[in-house]
Design a protein around this ligand. Structure first.
Ligand code: GLN
Length: 274
């Protein structure tokens, strides 16, 4: 095997299709994982060590199997923090930062209680806890595997105001407890074609029955009980689900429904008040 970087960059381009940019990802990987500098990468005769070659071959093998870069690096950058991620949790998406930002920009009084329902990696709950150290944030998940990852991130971000709970949605929680419930629940319909591209992510974090809407229904019903009067429920949802989500929330009594668009101007976040 060659010791030249260019050899690998060429090799990776061979398995690259139009809709992925593997050589760019490889360069990012070389910098992040192997600590190589631009100079090492772009000066042609940089000689790779045996470990570096093994690492690159590992990257190429993973990429042949379609593994997303964040899983290979076991790191995802979200809302200015680095999160540990692996195949037990969904990779945080940039749209979700809009949801976090919205909550962050509310006037969060000290001591208020926020619940992240379906915490996954913890990207929403832990980001809120980090940015608002005087609030108390609870992250709930049914998956123990997800809670283990969220706990890694709790430690990584050194949070002492972020608590993890194992529960099937909110049915084990006390009434009139939370000021804000936020959730990015599974919302893809079973057999939706988008799932083909998400085969490395946990299916339980992606798919919901009733055409992807079932969990909005369950959470809205339960949130009406556990949210304090005047508290908020905020959902991230699919770009074609805003009307349905609004209907569901209204049915359970939420009012002042507000809709926020993502970076592609698609309606992706719905907020209501109890
Ligand atoms: N709350 C996590 C996130 O936004 C997990 C979401 C999920 O698993 N559906 O990434």
């Amino acid at each position: 095997m060659s010791s030249k970087l260019n050899f690998y960059i060429k090799k990776i381009e061979e398995i690259s299709s139009d809709d992925n940019n593997l050589s760019k990802e490889l360069i990012f990987y070389l910098k992040e994982k192997l600590g190589l500098s631009d100079i090492s990468i772009f000066i042609e005769d940089y000689k790779l060590s045996k470990e570096e070659k093994n690492s690159i071959n590992y990257f190429i093998e993973q990429k042949k199997n379609g593994v997303p870069l964040d899983y290979i690096l076991q790191n995802s950058s979200f809302y200015n923090n680095d999160f540990f991620v692996d195949e037990r949790v969904l990779i945080p998406r940039p749209e979700t930062e809009i949801l976090v930002d919205y909550i962050n920009n509310l006037n969060l009084s000290p001591g208020i209680k926020i619940l992240d329902a379906g915490v996954g990696s913890g990207c929403i709950g832990a980001s809120l806890a980090k940015a608002n150290p005087k609030t108390i944030v609870y992250g709930l998940d049914y998956s123990f595997d997800a809670l283990k990852v969220a706990n890694i991130n709790k430690k990584k971000l050194e949070l002492d105001n972020f608590y993890l709970i194992n529960s099937k949605w909110l049915n084990s929680l006390k009434e009139n407890t939370f000021n804000i419930v936020v959730s990015n629940p599974p919302y893809i319909a079973p057999f939706d074609s988008h799932l083909d591209k998400l085969k490395h992510e946990p299916i339980s974090a992606l798919v919901a029955n009733k055409n992807g809407l079932e969990d909005f229904d369950i959470i809205s019903f339960q949130a009406m009980k556990v949210i304090k009067d005047d508290g908020l429920l905020a959902f991230e949802h699919g770009n074609n689900q805003s009307n349905e989500v609004k209907k569901i929330m209204t049915r359970y009594g939420f009012k002042d429904i507000n809709l926020i668009n993502d970076y592609q101007s698609q309606p992706r976040i719905t907020i209501g008040r109890k």
